[in-house]
Design a protein around this ligand. Structure first.
Ligand code: AKB
Length: 315
């Protein structure tokens, strides 16, 4: 096999920035090409502006740099998607189809597609939602991700494209800010705790959702992409679980570091999206097939997040 050379779309996003840096660390800066529609956030690898709706531009970038691992991350998330459904559909669907078509044309070895807990909606057990549970999403974002997973499976079956995917829970990290998601509160709350000592939460106190620490999500992504092809049995998308908590539970954890921290609940339109999502996922297929194992629980996450943000805001 040739040396791994990766290209990412959406590299300036919440996960993209951290994943790009992790891939540079793993493969070396000359082996990574970061692309995004917005400008370079300061990577020390090659960066190109790329709109995922520009199929020719995508093809040129992948072919010029002789890419064999393609991480197609660019997407509009759940909350923004509800405000602008047609934009979410175009970026999430057309962007993915461009990526899959180009990967087939160029015989790209491996493709990564990020899916989400948002693919689930009606008719599932909220607790430990299964790998093969029914997909009746209630958000535009969820509809696009459920369709996207099926397109991935189709390209695998029809063209043998080695495409791999994870259903990400809400990703929580101190390095980057999320944007336009329903789980964003779980990052915002830490900044509010450190800066103001008060947080107004846009979800209800009891809105339990699956979450994952950034380190775990990056490790899962790279482990999935590095696994031998015959270990990948699911070609739609793997359930991935880190931990589950409610706003009130994470608030109580943060109070251990800042006892005077206060919270008030002012649920908005995002509560309806959260209501449609599972409270936890059963990720035993990921564990069994390619060895997934989470490293962070709520207390370890809270400690690292709080201390890292405190340090960051001192500078
Ligand atoms: C969102 O809240 O939209 C995302 C997700 C769970 O996919 N973080």
């Amino acid at each position: 096999m040739s040396r791994t050379k990766v290209l990412l779309t959406g590299a300036a996003g919440q996960i993209g920035q951290v994943l790009t840096r992790a891939l540079i660390e793993k493969y070396g800066k000359d082996q990574v090409v970061a692309t995004d529609i917005s400008s370079d956030p300061g990577f020390n690898c090659h960066f190109e502006k790329l709109d995922v709706l520009d199929k020719d531009g995508m093809k040129t970038a992948l072919s010029n740099h002789k890419i064999n691992h393609f991480y197609h991350l660019a997407a509009i998330l759940s909350a923004t998607g509800e405000k602008n459904p047609s934009l979410a559909w175009d970026i999430n669907m057309k962007g993915l189809l461009n990526a899959l078509e180009v990967a087939v044309e160029l015989k790209t070895e491996r493709v990564f597609f990020p899916s989400s807990i948002a693919v689930f909606g009606e008719g599932v057990d909220k607790d430990r939602t299964g790998q093969n549970a029914v997909l009746i999403p209630r958000s535009v974002y969820g509809i696009s991700k459920a369709a996207g997973e099926n397109w991935c499976n189709y390209y695998f079956e029809k063209y043998g494209l080695d495409v791999r995917s994870l259903r990400y829970p809400g990703v929580i990290g101190y390095q980057t800010m999320p944007g336009g998601g329903t789980t964003d509160y779980a990052v915002d709350i830490f900044y509010a705790a450190v800066k103001e000592g008060h947080y107004e939460c846009f979800l209800e106190a009891g809105a339990r959702l699956p979450m994952i620490y950034m380190d775990d999500s990056i490790r899962a992504t790279i482990e999935l992409m590095e696994a031998p092809s015959d270990r990948i049995k699911v070609r739609t998308s793997y359930n991935l679980q880190g931990m589950s908590f409610t706003p009130e539970e994470i608030y109580q954890e943060i109070k251990k570091y800042r006892p005077d921290f206060t919270i008030e609940y002012a649920p908005d339109y995002r509560q309806k999206i959260a209501d449609s999502w599972p409270g936890s996922l059963d990720d035993s297929d990921a564990q069994k097939d390619w060895g997934w194992k989470r490293a962070y629980d709520i207390s370890k996450l809270t400690k690292e997040m709080y201390l890292a943000i405190q340090e960051k805001l001192k500078k």
